[in-house]
Design a protein around this ligand. Structure first.
Ligand code: ADP
Ligand code: ASP
Ligand code: MG
Length: 465
């Protein structure tokens, strides 16, 4: 295909009802009038949460409750299809036959009272497997022939269930063949977001919000002109609008700024989506499906000129692990041992800081990894603890991390001072600080209950700049 393809991804709220499906289909039609288009569909809003809840109910042995969720999902999709038929003026039928497979998976969980990561991924996969055919049918009914594609046919991942990573070498040729095959027949491919398959053929998921990453991976594989992420906000804003209602739209961001913001919790884009986009220099465009006339945010290698902080992001549900002791002073290789011990336990460190006195090393890890991290460090430093060189490994739960991000922070003096003055003035205590060597980000750990206050205090600094 000579002309470059544009990939358009619709998030859950952009597919939340029959009206939203029709609206999404109109946006695809409009894009298709300008050039070839491939589409990625998320599950309808709330569906993935309901599937996870059904699996939890089944694990507890509450089979009736999990069966109710399946019935509710069936009804929601049947009703949506009927309503789309009315709105689109062409018949859209809902094929619920795959729900039998969901019922079998949930019965298995209930019987064994065990929800393994493998079966949890299988259960979570149904949201996208129901929505993609519905969007393809909507498009076809509106006169734009489309075909639903199950991403498991070409998205080969590792077997890290729950946050699997795509194997691009294996996937890319398969992606090209599948998408270009459908496009070549004059149809729009509509791909299930979020899901893939492991080398053993089992269903995997790319992590919550992973449909963004599916879109970026497809875009990278086919050398797309752009990947457009349709969501429910005008684009990437200077902060999470749920915390800072007056947050402003950022028309342009560099890949690095987007990576820093999304790594530290800006939910508007799934962090791993940035990586294939950077690798193939494909712009990511975030747009509001409720207000398509707004230009949105373009993420590319270019950043806007200007000094200072551009945006604030935050995440919670973390834990601060610290290693204290005079015995670390001047001893080479301690940090390296900390990193390798933790890496062996499979935990990824969100933030690392070593006090200049060398008497303390602090790490921030996801709360779920707390026990594994403490265990790994306790084992690694057991001799030092016996000899009293290290006092011990401490874990402090309920930590949040705030990040101030902006290319213009580099080389601008006084930024850190302004950040910490603002946070102190808001009465928030800072537990740990890290500044990336890129100087495009200052991040720090606080008690998670203080996160909204810290974000608001810092946002006032951005606005004042
Ligand atoms: P979708 O269902 O379209 O994937 P998400 O809920 O995953 O949508 O992401 C969009 C949401 O991200 C917004 O509604 C907003 O609440 C949240 N968000 C968090 N941080 C930001 C930010 N900096 N800019 C814009 N939105 C943000
Ligand atoms: N449906 C999945 C989720 O809710 C993936 C996505 O929407 O991006 O996390
Ligand atoms: Mg999302």
């Amino acid at each position: 295909m000579a002309e470059k393809v544009a990939v358009h991804k619709f998030g859950g709220t952009s597919l939340g009802s029959a009206e939203r499906f029709v609206n999404a289909a109109r946006l695809v039609q409009k894009a298709a009038a300008e050039g070839p288009v491939a589409v990625v569909a998320s599950a309808m809003s709330g569906v993935t949460d309901r599937l996870i809840a059904a699996a939890v109910q089944a694990e507890r042995g509450h089979q009736a409750a999990s069966a109710r969720v399946v019935a509710e999902l069936r009804q929601r999709h049947v009703e949506t299809a009927a309503e789309i038929t009315r709105l689109a003026g062409g018949a859209v039928t809902f094929d619920g036959s795959i729900l039998a497979e969901l019922e079998t998976a949930l019965s298995g969980v209930a019987l064994l009272r065990e929800r393994t990561p493998r079966v949890a991924d299988l259960i979570s996969s149904f949201g996208e497997r129901l929505s993609a055919p519905l969007l393809a049918a909507t498009l076809s009914a509106m006169g734009c022939p489309a075909r639903a594609l199950d991403a498991r046919a070409f998205m080969v991942t590792d077997d890290n269930h729950g946050s699997a990573k795509c194997d691009r070498k294996k996937s890319d040729p398969k992606i090209r063949r599948s998408l270009l095959g459908v496009l070549g027949k004059g149809m729009v491919p509509v791909v299930t977001g979020f899901i893939g398959r492991s080398p053993k053929g089992e269903t995997t998921t790319l992590g919550r919000s992973g449909s963004d990453t599916t879109a970026a991976l497809l875009g990278a594989a086919i050398g797309a002109s752009a990947v457009v992420i349709w969501t429910d906000v005008d684009g990437v804003l200077t902060a999470d609008p749920r915390i800072v209602p007056e947050a402003r739209l950022l028309p342009q961001l560099s890949y690095r700024e987007a990576a820093e913001m999304t790594y530290f919790g800006a939910k508007v884009l799934h962090f791993p989506a940035v990586l294939p986009a950077i690798a193939e220099s494909i712009p990511l465009i975030i747009k509001n499906s409720f207000r398509p006339e707004v230009a949105g945010t373009t993420i590319s290698s270019e950043s806007l000129p200007g000094k200072g902080i551009r945006a604030i992001s935050s995440m919670s549900g973390l834990c601060l692990i610290s290693l204290d002791g005079r015995g670390m002073m001047g001893v080479p290789g301690i940090a390296a041992r900390v990193f390798s011990a933790i890496a062996r336990s499979g935990v990824s460190v969100m933030m690392f800081s070593q006090a200049s006195s060398e008497q303390n090393i602090a790490l921030v890890v996801p709360a779920r990894d707390r026990d594994a991290t403490v265990e790994a460090l306790t084992q690694e430093f057991r001799l030092e603890r016996m000899t009293g060189m290290i006092d011990g490994v401490l874990a402090r739960p309920n930590i949040g991390v705030i990040a101030a991000v902006g290319e213009g922070m580099r080389g601008t003096p006084g930024i850190a001072a302004r950040v910490f003055e603002a946070v102190a003035a808001a009465g928030v205590n800072v537990e740990v600080i890290a500044q990336g060597s890129s100087e495009c980000n200052i991040s720090f750990g606080i008690d998670e209950k203080d996160a909204p206050a810290a974000v608001r205090a810092l946002h006032a600094v951005v606005t004042a700049a």
